[in-house]
Design a protein around this ligand. Structure first.
Ligand code: SF4
Length: 257
């Protein structure tokens, strides 16, 4: 997967959620900022953007990546573009051919018709196969436009705005990010990935740039992958241990006879 720096494209943007003030808790905001402050030097903020795709391509890429290793979804995306250099060709292609091109991902038989349906939806609602127009919208409005597409949820809408060349200030939350947020107490035990998006976004400063929010997502995701594992989190070497109820409980249970 190509590594591309997007720092020059990620200047501060004023467009922010209007729900922030309602959702943010001052204590949790302080904790969210402290977590960001501690993890940034560990993972090297500012973190280079891993994609330089237009937003429609990013949407297809996000769909391919669902429950699929990055290397496999990256290969499938390249295979699809090699076979159909234009998204209009994909929209008109037999679904079996699309499925064959993306056979390396999980559930290609479901993703092939989904890709065609999404392309048809974009063409019908916008009048052309492009999502570049989202750049002129507020973040929340752009997310709502994307989430009106069947099968597109908060994680995908935020990923399209943040990871694509739009470089808009949106905060995606993946399963690793969500796990760290849950264990450190930023979100409650019953808050699922989807509903966690506005809560975690509201804990961060409203005027943070696209790069700041991208960094926040990346460092929590990377921490979940490298230290706060799904099974057996490495709390003994975690820089968040003193802030983390789950980590302290885990250490207490280890110390007990
Ligand atoms: S202390 Fe343990 S549970 Fe808490 S964030 Fe660190 S690794 Fe995860």
């Amino acid at each position: 997967m190509a590594i591309a720096s997007g720092h020059d494209l990620a200047g501060p943007r004023p467009r922010q959620t209007k729900r922030s003030a309602d959702l943010a808790d001052a204590t949790l905001s302080d904790k969210a900022l402290e977590i960001h402050r501690r993890l940034c030097p560990v993972y090297g903020c500012p973190i280079p953007y891993f994609h330089s795709l237009d937003p429609l391509s990013e949407l297809v890429s996000s769909l391919l990546s669902h429950r699929t290793r990055n290397a496999d979804s990256g290969r499938a995306f390249k295979a699809l573009r090699a076979r159909y250099p234009d998204w209009a060709e994909v929209a008109a292609a037999p679904v079996e051919e699309i499925e064959a091109a993306i056979s390396g991902v999980t559930w290609p038989e479901l993703k092939a018709p989904r890709i065609r349906a999404i392309l048809a939806e974009v063409a019908e609602r916008h009048g052309s196969l492009s999502l570049d127009f989202l750049e002129d919208m507020e973040v929340e409005a752009a997310r709502a436009w994307l989430e009106a597409i069947p099968g597109v949820g908060p994680k995908t809408s935020a990923a399209v705005l943040s990871f694509s060349l739009l470089r808009m200030p949106a905060l995606p939350v993946d399963s690793h990010h969500h796990r760290v947020a849950h264990r450190t107490g930023l979100i409650g035990a019953k808050v699922d990935v989807g509903p966690s998006h506005p809560i975690l976004r509201a804990q961060l400063p409203a005027d943070w740039s696209a790069q700041d929010l991208y960094d926040n997502h990346e460092i929590l995701m990377l921490h979940g992958q490298a230290v706060c594992h799904h099974r057996n989190p490495a709390c003994g070497r975690c820089v968040l241990l003193d802030l983390c109820p789950a980590g302290q409980a885990q250490r207490s249970s280890v110390r007990e006879p």
